[in-house]
Design a protein around this ligand. Structure first.
Ligand code: NAD
Length: 339
């Protein structure tokens, strides 16, 4: 049995608990920590709980630690865990800056431990299916991509929360929300070579350069152009996360169509070349769970067991952070940035 400790009992922390419980034959949760004691009450009868991080590391029994805490704590807590000899799975974004990412990678290497980042789109069936379809060549040459994520954080985070403070969060909507899209673009389409970003700061909820809205034009190494649009304070947005991929022989998109959310495709090779068909992700991503965090924790477990680098190890995830830094650099300088 592999023993896991969890720090942070917000929504993502609870997804990790569910993921561990879904693999109860090979892993168990043996320590839970949250600085907010009221959050521990729900779990205190089920798991050993700790309200202090030092107590958690000193007295908790665990092989690996999952960190689901505010962004400014990712680097120090990951390093503390690694120096305590634990493997680490840390929530997205890996950290606030690429310097923090380098420090985490260094600590993982020095302690010979696995460091993985929870970029969970890469463990989501539709995302894996999209990558496989594009790799198969069904869409032909990829020419353009459009991705968006609009979500009103005010429904989940009150005014004054760390998430609206660019210093603590490392940025605004791109860092806290569209980091999923940025990472998925690198995963599905490939590396970005050129960026132009416009960001907008609209209200008194956000401080220290936490952008409410951002729009990025992208150029990819494979020649495709792309568009990323995000906002974390939209008024009741009708759409949430979407991804459209346009090739010269087909179009693929994840989003809502005919009242159904999913991955849709229309291509030269399908029976009806004019009609959108819903993709059965299981055809491309067999044995995957519909709950991304369940696939993710299994990958973390298997990477530790087999001493292999995880898909989203520190080096890979830090490239996504570097790209985000360049998006902000472009917005600050009001000009194109070559990657
Ligand atoms: N993968 C996803 O889909 C997804 C979704 C939402 C959030 N996240 C990420 O998960 C992380 C946490 O986000 P959240 O929404 O849960 O934030 P949150 O503020 O709701 O919760 C974080 C939890 O950490 C606890 N905490 C804070 N400081 C602590 C400390 N020093 N020691 C112990 N506990 C401490 C808080 O009390 C809180 O319960 C962030 O990195 C966020 O970006 C990921």
């Amino acid at each position: 049995m592999m023993k896991f400790g969890l720090v942070g009992l917000g929504w993502p922390g609870q997804q990790h608990i569910q993921a561990i419980e879904n693999h109860s034959e090979i892993m168990e949760l043996t320590a839970v920590c949250d600085a907010d004691e009221s959050k521990l009450n729900n779990w205190s009868g089920t798991y050993p709980t700790f309200s202090s991080i030092n107590d958690f590391f000193a007295n908790g029994e665990m092989d690996a630690v999952i960190l689901a805490v505010p962004h400014h704590l990712h680097e120090p807590l990951a390093i503390q865990a690694l120096n305590n000899g634990k493997h680490v799975l840390v929530e997205k974004p890996m950290a606030r800056t690429s310097q923090e990412c380098s420090n985490m990678i260094e600590a993982a290497e020095a302690n010979n431990r696995t460091l993985m980042i929870a970029q969970n789109w890469r463990y989501t069936p539709w995302c894996i299916a999209a990558k496989k379809i594009i790799q198969s060549g069904e869409l032909g040459k990829i020419q353009a991509v459009r991705t968006e994520w609009l979500l009103n954080f005010r429904d989940s985070f009150p005014k004054g929360s760390w998430i609206y403070n660019g210093e603590l969060a490392g940025g605004g909507a791109i860092t806290s929300l569209a980091i999923h899209n940025v990472d998925a673009l690198r995963f599905i389409i490939g590396e970005v070579t050129e960026i132009f970003t416009q960001a907008l700061y609209t209200d008194d909820w956000s401080t220290n350069k936490a952008e409410n809205w951002a729009m990025c034009q992208l150029k990819f190494r494979n020649g495709a152009i792309g568009h990323l649009f995000t906002g974390y304070t939209p008024y009741n947005p009708p759409e949430h996360e979407v991804l459209y991929v346009y090739g010269d022989q087909g179009t693929l998109f994840f989003g809502e169509y005919q009242n159904e959310r999913g991955l849709w495709i229309c291509s030269e090779t399908r029976k009806d070349k004019e009609k959108y068909e819903k993709v059965d992700s299981n055809q491309y991503a067999k044995k995957l769970h519909q709950h991304p965090q369940t696939n993710q924790i299994l990958h973390f477990y298997e990477s530790i067991k087999s001493v292999k680098r995880p898909e989203t190890d520190g080096i890979e995830a830090s490239k996504t952070i570097r790209l985000v830094e360049m998006m902000y650099e472009s917005s600050n300088k009001h000009k194109n940035v070559n990657v």
